[in-house]
Design a protein around this ligand. Structure first.
Ligand SMILES: Nc1ncnc2c1ncn2[C@@H]1O[C@H](COP(=O)(O)OP(=O)(O)OP(=O)(O)O)[C@@H](O)[C@H]1O
Length: 627
């Protein structure tokens, strides 16, 4: 998982050189893939764990992609780079999309090619090669935005908004009484907006089918795509309908399969469904890498689960071992679907689709209800097409921008002049001092950078620069157990006396549900709008407040944020607009000029900072660091 090993000798050169060279992100995922797929999207199954070996002693297939993970930058989706035929079909598919978009352009918006041809070839005897129409800028921007979501065109859009909060008791006619009781007891008395939207649309159809004829249940309900912000309660949104569907089942058969990308998510989903299904006798099973596949195989044969939660790799193992049958499958759920669909190992998706068709002896779409959830739902036509969707409804808030941010997220842009980029760690320390009693995640571009930064901050604090903060880092030098312990400790920690800070790579950007993280700092910029959404989504969860701070060095990073991240984002009408920290006011009662306070560095501080860098180097090379 953590492929980049810590090289202490590089520690100081990179502390400075790395900061200086970071004014423009080097390589962007957007350049590689429309989806912005990136290293973190190929991470293995447990954010806190080191790659495991399978029974033969070889690394698990999922881990094979993870060697790129720790270094957030410059990573390329393995599938995109190595599977040429697939790449060709993707290019052809995009070409077709462009042609179809071009068909929608009205003649008045075309720029006359002939005129341009005249300009360029006059005096030249060569004949102009026919060119596609050039679209005027206004329309090209609009077309570009539509082009991004062209994969969603053939869906019925169901819009919802943040006002759609309802008491769960309003659904009492549609929910089994015990299920309603479980929801109110373990979760909440009110549904979140995406839950309201989904329950209103899906529950009546499920209940009608349960009472009338079950024959066409799956096709009647149709497929469900959900593009809802991080922390909006998607897990409960899909768990309630499936609990309602199965609450009165009499024979245990595998009827619901939930595929998630990480072990951590398996546990969260299992916890939710177990609480919901109390009193129903439903058998909910999980399948994950740390369990013995043979033990699981035996268990599933002895007692077929009603609901199985698995990661894709382990699912394929069970399909191949015939541990489970898809014959009675009614619902397939893909959680964090964009992440899952970016994973191509073991060809899990086509393999699963093929197996469903074979076991059900029905290859037509609609033989299983597919529910596809993400905060950054894929806009890749090819990937959605592979799911064989039928009568699909797309739940979304905004049809112009791609992704929604949590309603109560406040974003800050902290612009750092390129000349000051080598002081980034010190500027970070200023910010940490500014935030009080906070639980903070700091995202950096690589595993090594996280270790270096944590070490440097602790040295600076030790030398009297800034206040006391509890700073930890998730890194590969620690054991699997140690990383797990650190995350658990961070989740439990109170911040009454000092800030709790976890410095991490994008390993922590998905699937972490810690509701009291108050601040996320993008110390190194994310490489795509998707990554930004997931990082920021670790705070402001479940309709709580949260802040995201974006360090933007020089014009390059600011432009990148504006044109490649912000452009894809939609914010609720009541949500605060991003604030430029340099223009204040910052989230503090302080009346001083916060922007300057953050980036201005006194001579004394500069001196101590330089000493800290030397101490860091000494520490890395094994010399005594104390002066
Ligand atoms: N109706 C509700 N009322 C209060 N809290 C809720 C409700 N529904 C869900 N939650 C809580 O909100 C938190 C976030 O939910 P969940 O993890 O399902 O979000 P998500 O949309 O899947 O986020 P992400 O995309 O980041 O994984 C959880 O702690 C969950 O228990």
């Amino acid at each position: 998982m953590f492929a980049v090993r810590f090289d202490p000798n590089n520690i100081v050169q990179e502390a400075v050189a790395g900061e200086e060279s970071s004014s423009r992100p080097v390589k962007r995922a957007r350049d590689l893939d429309d989806e912005g797929s990136n290293s973190s999207d190929d991470e293995e199954e447990d954010v806190t764990e080191i790659p495991e070996k399978d029974e033969n002693g070889t690394p698990e297939a999922e881990d094979s992609t993870s060697s790129n993970v720790a270094d957030g930058e410059g990573d390329i989706d393995m599938e995109e780079t190595h599977e040429l035929p697939k790449k060709h079909s993707s290019i052809i598919s995009r070409f077709k999309q462009t042609i179809s978009l071009q068909d929608q352009i009205s003649p008045k918006d075309m720029v006359d090619n002939q005129e341009i041809a005249q300009e360029h070839v006059s005096g030249n005897a060569l004949e102009q090669i026919p060119q596609p129409a050039i679209v005027k800028d206004r329309l090209s921007k609009q077309a570009a935005s539509e082009h991004k979501s062209v994969a969603w065109l053939n869906t019925t859009k169901i819009h919802y908004d943040n006002s759609m909060i309802k008491p769960f008791s309003d659904f009492s006619n549609h929910l089994h009484p015990r299920l309603l009781q479980n929801i109110q007891k373990h979760f909440s008395s009110e549904s979140f907006p995406i839950q309201t939207a989904l329950l209103e649309n899906v529950l009546p159809v499920i209940n009608f089918s349960l009472e009338a004829t079950r024959k066409h249940l799956t096709r009647r309900v149709g497929d469900v795509l959900v593009n809802a912000s991080t922390g909006s309660g998607k897990t409960l949104a899909y768990s309630i309908p499936i609990a309602q569907l199965l609450f009165k089942r009499t024979v245990n058969r595998l009827r619901v399969l939930i595929v998630v990308p990480t072990k951590l998510l398996i546990n969260q989903v299992y916890d939710t469904i177990s609480k919901l299904s109390q009193g129903s006798g439903l058998i909910v099973s999980i399948s994950k890498l740390e369990n013995s596949v043979r033990e699981e195989h035996k268990k599933f044969l002895q007692s077929e689960p009603d609901i199985l939660i698995s990661t894709p790799g382990r699912l394929v193992d069970h399909l191949q071992m015939q541990s489970i049958s898809m014959r009675n499958l009614q619902v397939l759920i893909l959680d964090e679907a964009d992440h899952l669909l970016n994973q191509s190992f073991q060809n899990w998706c086509p393999e699963l689709m093929q197996r469903i068709a074979t076991d059900k002896q029905d290859e037509r779409p609609g033989n299983v209800i597919k529910m596809v959830f993400s905060a950054t739902l894929t806009t890749n036509t090819e990937k959605l097409h592979g799911l064989n969707l039928h009568n699909s409804k797309l739940f979304l808030m905004d049809s112009v921008k791609l992704y929604n941010l949590p309603a109560k997220l406040q974003e800050f842009l902290i612009r750092i002049p390129t000349a000051k980029s080598s002081y980034k760690p010190l500027i970070l320390l200023h910010l940490l001092d500014f935030l009080k009693k906070s639980k903070i995640l700091v995202f950096v571009k690589s595993n090594e950078a996280s270790m270096r930064l944590a070490c440097l901050l602790n040295i600076m604090i030790g030398k009297g620069l800034g206040q006391q903060h509890a700073i930890q880092t998730i890194n590969s030098n620690s054991s699997k157990a140690e990383n797990k312990r650190l995350v658990a400790e961070f989740a439990r920690a109170h911040c009454r006396l000092q800030n709790r800070i976890l410095i991490t790579t994008d390993l922590m950007s998905r699937g972490i549900d810690i509701n009291d993280i108050s601040d996320v700092i993008n110390y190194d910029p994310p490489i795509s709008s998707q990554q930004y959404v997931h990082r920021c989504g670790r705070t402001a969860r479940a309709h709580s407040d949260g802040n995201a701070y974006n360090f933007l060095v020089g014009k390059g990073e600011k432009d990148f944020w504006e044109h490649h991240i912000d452009e894809d984002l939609s914010r609720d009408v009541t949500a605060p607009a991003p604030k430029d920290w340099n223009e204040g006011p910052a989230p503090s009662e302080s009346t001083e000029d916060n922007g300057k306070a953050l980036i201005s560095i006194s001579d004394e501080e500069e001196q101590t900072y330089k000493e800290s860098l030397v101490a860091l180097k000494d520490k890395a090379t094994g010399k005594s660091s104390e002066t």
